[in-house]
Design a protein around this ligand. Structure first.
Ligand SMILES: *[C@@H]1O[C@H](CO)[C@@H](O)[C@H](O)[C@H]1NC(C)=O
Ligand SMILES: *[C@@H]1O[C@H](CO)[C@@H](O)[C@H](O)[C@H]1NC(C)=O
Length: 477
């Protein structure tokens, strides 16, 4: 009898806890919108040992309409949908970028981009509004078409959160901003390197020109002798050296980028946020009358880390860049992008105050998402109170790489998501609930603690009473 009672009490207790854990209203401001999610597959990538695919895929599948983008997550999978590990297919990067295309235009979109210098052959040209294609660029800071995408990532994609916190989202395809006669589309660029059977996997993923036997770039221009490796040497259809006899011609395989998009339908409860990308190789310098707009920024995207001369612990390459922020707003999310060898990146205010530190996570196994020696995730920052930024303020970007050995083609990018406004406190609610999100979650925690304490107390009282009535002797006494 007593045992049954005790069991039902424990049952009740566990149930209460479960109910609390899954209660959706705790820890949020209540204006939570229905977040939609869909999974898509890119057009196929055909890969062979040592091959490189750097494809620009136009008009990819994507949620349509006036929406607020919340996240974009991706990974490489095979024809069976099975995740492919980085030590077989290294995902150098993927980026997604929106654009408008004139309805009924005849040229294939690939050609339009080529004609307008979207790819590297003519970095000076830009897409004018009279063209058939208009790039929809992020907030900044880089010039031209470089680093103007919305979301982007590389090997770290499986374990990096891209989620933009509520109530913010990136506004997509506002009908009032869409030029007359144009449609909104998405471009996906995937750069993948097949390293099965490679003589030097690390060399292949760092795009060492020697391993690719490349002396001219994608557009036939000679590559300078000082350039040892990087994007200019591992372009589409180049081939990294593989062990002789490894590829008997039967190792061709078809892969896809599987991507998950989360979004909300747009309405006035969603606060628009903009994406900015800061590049540590940006050549920007403050000059008289700088306004910090795109024209002032030359972003080289990649750089080389030379091996250190001394042996031992101090072998860290620290690269810093100070950049003026050409906007007002609040940072609600940030994350860095680094390549293998990276050991962390940070963003600071002029006075040294830290804004975000993003640290790479390395794998230590063989399975997808945990590949030893590869960066499989970057930590991202979700400040409890959004970080206020004033126009003209200078931020310093600091990017660290281990230089025990040298690295070519590394990157040091920082993505920040900036909202122009903060949520309005809801005046109809009692004072207690007007607190910012951080104290709301504290309140929620407090509430849970109190309820749990009450449940425990009641249980204990009933239990003792029960014991007394039955004369039941607890085993522990
Ligand atoms: C490298 O390229 C040169 C010139 O294009 C070619 O003659 C040579 O056979 C190539 N070497 C290898 C190993 O592919
Ligand atoms: C980068 O390295 C320097 C020197 O060791 C260190 O002071 C700094 O905290 C590091 N920064 C990050 C973001 O890891």
């Amino acid at each position: 009898m007593a045992r049954n009672h005790r069991r039902s009490l424990i049952f009740f207790f566990v149930l209460s806890l479960l109910a609390l854990t899954f209660s959706p209203s705790l820890g949020s401001l209540g204006t939570e919108k229905k977040i939609k999610s869909a999974i898509f597959f890119s057009p196929k990538l055909v890969m062979n040992p040592g091959s490189v695919s750097n494809s620009y895929l136009f008009d990819i599948d994507f949620p349509r309409g006036h929406i607020g983008l919340k996240s974009f997550d991706a990974q490489v999978v095979d024809e069976a949908g099975k995740p492919v590990p980085l030590h077989e297919t290294y995902l150098h990067h993927w980026i997604v970028e929106p654009y408008y295309v004139r309805k009924g235009s005849k040229l294939p979109q690939q050609e339009m981009f080529r004609n307008h210098g979207f790819q590297r052959q003519d970095p000076r040209s830009s897409l004018g509004s009279s063209s058939d294609i208009i790039l929809v660029k992020n907030g900044g800071l880089c010039r031209g078409a470089v680093l103007r995408h919305y979301f982007g990532s590389g090997s770290e994609t499986r374990k990096t959160s891209t989620y933009i916190p509520d109530p913010y989202a990136v506004e997509i395809d506002n009908p009032e901003e869409r030029p007359e006669g144009y449609e909104f589309k998405w471009l996906l660029n995937i750069h993948a390197i097949d390293t099965r059977g490679a003589e030097d996997k690390t060399g292949c993923i760092e795009c060492l020109c020697d391993l690719y036997n490349v002396t001219i770039d994608e557009y036939g221009r000679a590559i300078g002798p000082g350039y040892k490796g990087g994007l200019y040497c591992c372009y589409d259809k180049t081939q990294c050296r593989v062990k002789s006899g490894f590829d008997n011609g039967e190792k061709t395989r078809t892969l896809f980028l599987k991507y998950t998009v989360r979004w909300v339908d747009w309405d006035n409860t969603v606060l628009p946020a903009k994406i900015y990308i800061l590049d540590v190789t940006d050549s920007w310098k403050k000059t008289e009358g700088s306004i910090g707009d795109g024209q002032e920024h030359h972003c080289h995207v990649e750089y080389e880390v030379k091996p250190c001369k001394t042996n031992g612990d101090g072998c860290i390459d620290v690269k810093k860049k100070s950049l003026m922020m050409p906007f007002n707003g609040y940072i609600v999310y940030s994350v860095a992008h680094q390549h293998a060898g990276g050991i962390g990146a940070a963003l600071y205010r002029e006075n040294g105050e830290g804004i975000c530190t993003s640290i790479p996570k390395y794998g230590n196994g063989v399975e997808p998402g945990n590949e030893a020696g590869y960066i499989v995730g970057m930590s991202s920052c979700y400040p409890a109170d959004p970080v206020k930024v004033d126009y003209g303020e200078t931020f310093t970007l600091e990017v660290n790489y281990s230089n025990v050995v040298g690295h070519t083609g590394v990157m040091g990018l920082f993505y920040i998501v900036v909202s122009q406004q903060l949520p309005e406190p809801e005046s109809s609610l009692p004072n207690l609930f007007q607190a910012p999100a951080s104290s709301v979650s504290f309140l929620a925690f407090l509430a849970v603690t109190v309820v749990v304490a009450v449940v425990v107390l009641i249980s204990a009282v009933i239990y003792r009473r029960q014991n007394r009535e039955d004369g039941y002797q607890s085993l522990s006494t």
